[in-house]
Design a protein around this ligand. Sequence first.
Ligand code: NAD
Length: 250
Amino acid sequence: MEIRDRVAVVTGCATGIGRATAVGLARAGARAVVLADRKDVGDTAEAVVHAGAEALSVPTDVSDLGSLRDLFARTEAAFGRLDILHNNAGMGEGADIWPAVPSERCAAIVAVNLTGVILGTQLALEPMKRSGGGVVVNTSSGGAFVPLPPQAVYAATKAGVVHFTRSCAPLHESHGVRVNCVCPGLVDTPMILETGGGAIADWLKPVYDGVTLLRPEEIADAVLALVRDDEKIAEVVLVENQPAAAERSG
Ligand SMILES: NC(=O)c1ccc[n+]([C@@H]2O[C@H](COP(=O)([O-])OP(=O)(O)OC[C@H]3O[C@@H](n4cnc5c(N)ncnc54)[C@H](O)[C@@H]3O)[C@@H](O)[C@H]2O)c1
């Protein structure tokens, strides 16, 4: 899909990967980017407008069905169409380590990372069909493929996103909607600092020290590539870390 003049919704875009995708879409010529986060998205909105697109901020909790319905209704009301959805909002166990994670937080992780992706995709289908088709890109994680004992709930939801994405292949035929996902390795965003309550968690340190962190823009590039390539249907794309520079040279 050509991104120029398209209308996109990006969830979880106050910082990190979602912010980079929102700005990337604007730079690629999108007409409008709808910014959906439960945090303030003022900085992202400014950057999107600076990059040449309209920005509409819609305070959204992706774990709340009513809030998601409102997001898509406001998008269609403002711009008359929906072409692109990046289901990106996510959360992890924070500084707690499975199984010593409050049950309420476990439920919230599933609601945001998995239910939010499923319902976001479902609610986007009709608006996208009315627009002549569309593209959904979900954010999973490299943690979907390897056991992640300290963040077992997070890992389970991200594996779920991969399987959900693969199971959405027929939506291309039925609704003209391609659903794909990206699986980033460790990315330099606020989320990785939440693992240690403002620092890198001890359990993550060996991995963190061994790799070069990805930049959010590298994940945004992968998302935009999936949007552009009409051949990509139910595709799962890994964006992996390179070994840390010291290891590479030595
Ligand atoms: N940083 C990494 O190393 C990494 C690796 C793999 C996957 N991911 C995934 O990338 C996605 C983006 O995370 P990030 O690394 O950019 O971190 P981030 O903390 O910068 O972004 C996450 C965003 O999601 C928003 N969010 C959380 N719960 C929400 C809710 N209920 N409703 C609406 N918005 C909500 C947050 O407010 C935040 O803006 C997440 O799905 C995350 O799991 C991150």
